[in-house]
Design a binder for this molecule. Structure first.
Ligand code: 5GP
Ligand code: MN
Length: 324
């Protein structure tokens, strides 16, 4: 059922033992929103846990509030009367955390993806919010006093989903919320440093390898490249080290659509799609069983080799640019 924010707030207030879940391959918005909502519920006197189904990339751990996050293993067997899924467009995106729902639909879904399927008992999904952290902020400010840690988690989500305040989803509401969170003690510098300045020498070697696979098509409007399992092994990197790589492809002058193919985990190819100003890449992701936003979307193909994933996606991206 589609729910108003008031309904969601009432449902959260009724919780006693709550579980908040984010998506696989977590980004800053999922991490910040899950941790922040968990803290808000705890301050309301509830037993609350926050779960991220995949390992949280190490550099996000520099943000102190992320210590509340738990893995699926750590929460196995626990009972909850209220389950909340955030920043997630479909149930399959919570991966192994599905087992914590014991076959029930989530009680509340809070999201901002245009492709959200409405898989909860109560669904609040509004794509006009630049980040789910903004929705959690709307909820949080009605319920609790913030401390620095909570404000920082929300600013983390807001900053990452707006590309540190430079994407087309940045409006006055985003800056107003950023100012509120800054007044409550959050500081953008440690967040920017953790998220944007964490590349290791090995990651830089992987970036060089990735850039050496760069292809440009459609008169320079389409850029694509890949990270193979072999490249990860050679450089001693893991998939989380590719965070931000697709942004380097989009940063090329004249590029509208950027695509990064990552061969990870074994037997799968993850496709990250980005656009700069007008192309709706969520349409390509949806056509291949994924989803996302108009300017940032993704899908995962169950194919054994990169060579099988690249041509169909590139053809679809070309058609998108041709207006098809
Ligand atoms: P990324 O390219 O960083 O993995 O993901 C970009 C955006 O696309 C995120 O908003 C993410 O939620 C969405 N996304 C990425 N992969 C998938 C997928 O396999 N399925 C769905 N539904 N969405 C995805
Ligand atoms: Mn988000």
């Amino acid at each position: 059922m589609k729910a108003s924010l008031d309904r969601v707030v009432e449902r959260l207030k009724a919780a006693r033992r709550a579980l908040v879940i984010g998506h696989v391959r977590p980004d800053g918005d999922a991490i910040g929103s899950v941790a922040a909502l968990t803290l808000i519920l705890r301050w309301l006197g509830k037993e609350a846990e926050g779960c991220i189904p995949d390992p949280v990339p190490w550099f996000y751990r520099e943000i102190p509030g992320t210590r509340v996050l738990r893995s699926v293993e750590e929460l196995r067997g626990r009972e909850f009367d209220t389950t909340v899924v955030v920043d997630t467009s479909s149930l399959s995106r919570i991966g192994t955390a599905a087992e914590l729902l014991s076959g029930q639909e989530p009680d509340v879904v809070i999201d901002h993806h245009v492709t959200n399927t409405g898989f909860g008992a109560l669904n609040f999904c509004d794509p006009s919010y630049a980040a789910v952290a903004l929705i959690v902020h709307e909820i949080g400010k009605r319920l609790v006093e913030y401390d620095r840690e909570l404000a920082e988690l929300l600013l983390l989500g807001l900053a990452t989903d707006t590309g540190f305040f430079k994407y087309g989803n940045v409006d006055a509401q985003v800056f107003e919320a950023a100012a509120e969170l800054t007044r409550q003690g959050a500081s953008i510098q440690p967040i920017a440093s953790a998220v944007l300045e964490h590349r290791t020498p090995n990651t830089m070697r992987l970036l060089v390898e990735m850039l050496s696979t760069l292809q440009l098509e459609a008169g320079g409007q389409l850029a694509y490249a890949y990270v193979s399992a072999d490249m990860l092994r050679r450089t001693g990197c893991s998939e989380e080290d590719t965070e931000g790589f697709v942004g380097e492809l989009r940063a090329i002058h004249g590029v509208e659509v950027a695509v990064l193919f990552s061969e990870w985990p074994e037997g799968e190819v993850h496709v990250s799609l980005r656009s700069k100003s007008y192309a709706d890449v969520s349409r390509v992701a949806l056509a291949f069983g994924g989803g996302g936003h108009p300017r940032a979307a993704g899908c995962t193909l169950k194919v054994a080799r990169l060579a099988a994933a690249i041509p169909p996606i590139v053809a679809a991206a070309r058609r998108l640019l041709e207006g098809g």
